[in-house]
Design a protein around this ligand. Structure first.
Ligand SMILES: Cc1cc2nc3c(=O)[nH]c(=O)nc-3n(C[C@H](O)[C@H](O)[C@H](O)COP(=O)(O)O)c2cc1C
Length: 234
């Protein structure tokens, strides 16, 4: 059998490419492990509450003044679950999603949450936990990105609802924009009603500079911020 000789220069290029590839893979795995290691497990959410859906629909109002009281980890767990939590064995969630493609990503900006250091966290839907992304209080930066809406800075926490549009565009093309924006609304209303059921105040904030929010929260490339929801005690 004839063996093709590969010029030494090509070997060098090939081995360099392989080394770079391995290093990149290593960095990706390390990044994933680092995120995994810092996972804060959230308490299991409850499907029982003290008030009816009708009562929270009647009571819900935008709240922009919050007292200084902290939120608990159980409250954060319940709020994130209400927005995007998994509710069956097939991975379906609390909010509907076109084609069950789930383009939304939730980020928690914590500033006054018991048991959670100030910082930015990515909600890990599958594990119902928080993966640490940054360990500084970014509430002021987020308020600035939202044209100085003070209630963002004074909230105990802010949930940033962001989306990876291409996840839905692969199937639905141009219509994906419409679908993904609808989904953000569904998630926001779920979170809002849950906040009301817990006696907490929130507001939907849509006025902000996308790029500044992306920097403040360190959003992954291709992930667009859609809604900020400050949450605090009334
Ligand atoms: C898409 C959208 C964007 C909004 N953006 C802001 C905002 O940037 N800042 C704010 O304080 N409220 C914002 N709001 C809240 C509205 O001002 C509020 O829902 C409206 O005044 C009705 O009051 P209610 O929510 O108490 O019923 C927004 C609401 C929606 C639905």
């Amino acid at each position: 059998m004839a063996v093709r000789r590969i010029p030494a220069g090509n070997w060098l290029v090939a081995s360099l490419a392989a080394t770079v590839g391995l290093l990149l893979l290593g960095a990706m795995i390390e990044g994933a492990m680092a995120e995994g290691q810092k996972l804060i497990a959230l308490p299991a959410p409850t499907a029982k509450g003290d008030v009816s859906v009708e009562e929270v629909l009647q009571r819900r109002r935008s709240v922009r003044d919050y007292s200084d009281g902290p939120l608990s980890l159980a409250e954060i767990s319940q709020l994130l679950w209400a927005a995007q939590g998994i509710t069956d064995g097939q991975g379906h969630r609390t909010a509907p999603s076109a084609g069950a493609l789930y383009p939304l990503e939730l980020f928690l900006v914590a500033g006054n949450v018991n048991g959670v250091a100030d910082g930015v966290y990515h909600y890990q839907v599958d594990r119902h936990g928080l993966a640490a992304k940054a360990s500084n209080d970014v509430r002021a930066a987020l308020a600035k990105a939202a044209f100085k809406q003070d209630w963002i800075e004074s909230a105990a926490a802010i949930v940033v609802i962001a989306a990876a549009y291409e996840r839905t565009a692969g199937k639905y093309g141009k219509r994906a924009h419409r679908y993904v924006d609808m989904e953000a609304g569904h998630a926001a209303q779920n979170l809002f009603l849950q906040a009301e059921a817990l006696g907490l105040g929130s507001v939907v904030v849509g006025a902000f500079d996308d790029d500044q929010v992306a920097v403040a929260v360190d959003l992954p490339p291709g992930t667009i911020p859609l809604i900020l929801m400050p949450i605090g005690r009334k």
